[in-house]
Ligand binder design. Structure first.
Ligand SMILES: [Zn+2]
Ligand SMILES: [Zn+2]
Length: 349
């Protein structure tokens, strides 16, 4: 019992420390912006969840990398199930300085009571075996910890796939920053249903409880040979734009873990900045589209999906932080269903 309490204290301390670090990094980043020469950092478009023939994908790693390179992405993480696809040869063939980067990854694919528990490890130093555990929370935590110990960045995948992971369970997990608020696979239940919350409601629940989690959008692409088939997990559905100083694995992963990115299913931003005072959004407008920008904060109760603080129909738009919002994040809606999600600024927590 005492050991458990000590462990909990240790993980709370670790978590609190990480949170402060993220906040101070975000503040430092903002302070530094004025001093940086223009173009010192830029956005790189990437997908962090992809399968090949090395697990249950339908195409070779070479074909998969080629698809992303040819479709305007700057980086790709290959994440086969319980398999670490080598990227050295791919990088030699397709990598190009500041143009394209292939990153190693693994979808550590575990189960708990028959439920699929899948945690991506981005750039781990070695293959990670599924760690198992006695509960959903323990299975997630043990895999997150194993990925960290291999110096990889963990990301919790598709919580509603197989209705496997609840918000309450995720709120008990420590030492992770990234979770999929959107996954392009057609059967992962992003929207929730039957009384189960959507992934975005789950995100607001975690933020409401003060857990700093960043929402990523991914393809989870498996099928590259049937571009006409909307019933299969195809590429080009969800991605992230990461702001980094250069196209290099460590720089990209560090930026992801401090929330310096936004997730998208088709909306691109010309500019986006957030600090303790203001969140600013400028959309890269498409000619025939119209847009809506919502600034969202802490709701009255954990499961109410957050509170709309302000809605704007013109770009650029900004929100001045008062200090009692709990957190502020933005969601941008395009008139044909495309969306972008910016990352939360934690306020007064
Ligand atoms: Zn999966
Ligand atoms: Zn997957």
């Amino acid at each position: 019992m005492r050991r458990l309490a000590l462990l909990m204290l240790a993980s709370m301390a670790l978590y609190g420390g990480a949170r402060m670090r993220v906040e101070s990094l975000a503040a430092a980043d903002h302070r530094g912006q004025g001093a940086k020469p223009a173009g010192a950092s830029r956005y790189y478009k990437g997908n962090t969840h992809t399968h090949t023939l090395n697990s249950d994908g339908d195409s070779s790693p070479d074909d998969v990398v080629r698809w992303y390179r040819e479709h305007g992405y700057q980086f790709l993480v290959l994440t086969d199930h319980n398999y670490l696809t080598s990227v050295d040869g791919l990088q030699a063939l397709h990598g190009a300085d500041e143009k394209f980067l292939v990153v190693r990854g693994e979808e550590v694919s575990d189960t708990s009571g028959g439920k699929p528990i899948h945690i991506n490890g981005l750039n781990p130093s070695r293959l990670i075996e599924p760690q198992g555990g006695r509960s959903v929370v323990e299975v997630i935590q043990r895999n997150v910890d194993a990925i960290r110990s291999a110096l990889g960045v963990p990301s919790v995948n598709h919580p509603n796939f197989g209705w496997a992971i609840t918000g309450e369970e995720l709120s008990e997990v420590r030492n992770y920053r990234l979770f999929e608020v959107y996954n392009g696979h057609p059967t992962v239940n992003n929207e929730g249903g039957g009384g189960v919350p959507s992934l975005e409601q789950m995100w607001d629940y975690l933020l409401h409880r003060g857990q700093v989690v960043y929402g990523i959008a991914v393809d989870d692409a498996h099928v590259f040979k049937q571009p006409w088939n909307t019933q299969v997990p195809r590429p080009g559905r969800g991605w992230v734009y990461v702001r980094a100083e250069r196209l290099e694995t460590r720089a990209l992963l560090t930026a992801l873990e401090r929330g310096d990115f936004y997730a998208s299913t088709g909306v691109e931003l010309e500019d986006y900045s957030s600090d303790a005072r203001t969140v600013r959004i400028k959309i890269k407008l498409e000619k025939s589209s119209k847009y809506r920008i919502q600034f969202i904060g802490r709701g009255k109760s954990p499961w109410d999906g957050g509170r709309i603080l302000k809605e704007a129909t013109e770009s650029p738009a900004s929100y001045e932080i008062r200090g009692d919002e709990g957190y502020v994040r933005a969601k941008i809606y395009e008139s044909n269903g495309k969306v972008a999600w910016t990352q939360p600024v934690m306020v007064g927590q």
